[in-house]
Design a protein around this ligand. Structure first.
Ligand code: SF4
Length: 276
């Protein structure tokens, strides 16, 4: 059996960086689980004593260092953390920091802020909190803008994981209806690179194995793309691999969700080799 990995898969730059920060911050805690992968969380706890807490209020005398996750936190929560007199280790992805900085700067210059994204997502709550005024509007469709009376100076940013084609609908509406629109492309391509790579490989492979959490939406997306083109399986661990899947197949493609560590991918590959 020939095994081929997708050109791009697994951890994105921001998650890789956050995991390295955690590995270098022994005995720290993260504010919420660092990534959506229980095995990796377990590894960080076991090997580096980096565990997680769910709320700033859980910080007691025994906690000295706190890691902020890739999607960042609100300005208020950051302040609250600093008041706890703990060392704050900021693992906010630089691609998330960017829209935070833009919103701060443009709001200071008097621009209304339009954010294309999901208001309930922690990344967006963090980005919104950087505005110095309250004229910040979070929308997912241009229709939502129809009922908002915006000023003539507007600056717009997007949630990092959104699609460019959907952001264009928002910017098109703004440009058609307003005189000054500053558009910032804050979309990160990491998720789309993994999707494109899985599409390419699944067209060529006889079978695709997608590694990742069954509750991870980006892993499920990869699986859905793969199964459009060939027989595909989504697995969380090597124990799920079945020898009969590989009968009469020659090329097995492998990809992994954005929260799947490399060591888990390698474990799966060696299991495939064992059973074929
Ligand atoms: S912004 Fe991009 S690189 Fe950063 S954590 Fe999110 S997906 Fe990863």
């Amino acid at each position: 059996m020939l095994i081929k990995k997708a050109k791009s898969y697994g951890f994105c730059f921001g998650v890789k960086r956050a995991v390295e920060i955690a590995e270098n911050s022994k005995n720290a805690v993260t504010l919420g689980p660092l990534i959506h992968n229980p095995l990796e969380i377990e590894r960080l706890a076991k090997n580096y004593n980096v565990k997680y807490i769910n709320s700033i209020d859980e910080i007691g005398k025994n906690i000295k260092r706190v890691i902020v996750r890739t999607h960042g936190i609100t300005k208020d929560r950051l302040e609250k953390l600093k008041n706890k007199k703990v060392e704050v280790i900021d693992a906010t992805c630089p691609f998330v920091k960017k829209p935070q900085e833009i919103v701060e700067k443009m709001s200071k210059e008097g621009y209304d802020i339009v954010i294309f994204g999901d208001k309930a997502h922690p990344e967006i709550q963090g980005v919104m909190s950087y505005s110095v005024h309250n004229r910040v509007f979070v929308v997912l469709t241009p229709e939502e803008l129809e009922n908002i009376k915006l000023k003539e100076k507007i600056a717009t940013v997007a949630q990092t994981t959104r699609k460019v084609k959907d952001y264009l609908k928002i910017t098109e509406y703004l440009i058609k209806n307003h005189k000054e629109v500053r558009v910032f492309n804050t979309i990160c391509n990491a998720t789309f690179e993994n999707q494109e790579a899985v599409r390419e490989l699944s067209k060529e492979a006889d079978i695709m194995i997608i590694v990742g959490g069954k509750n991870s939406s980006n892993t499920k997306q990869l699986y859905n793309i793969a199964k459009e083109h060939c027989e595909s399986y989504l697995v969380e661990s090597e124990n799920e691999i079945k020898p009969e899947w590989f009968k009469n197949k020659t090329l097995c493609g492998v990809s992994a969700g954005a929260s799947t560590p490399e060591w888990l991918v390698e474990r799966i590959i060696s299991k495939i080799k064992d059973v074929t």
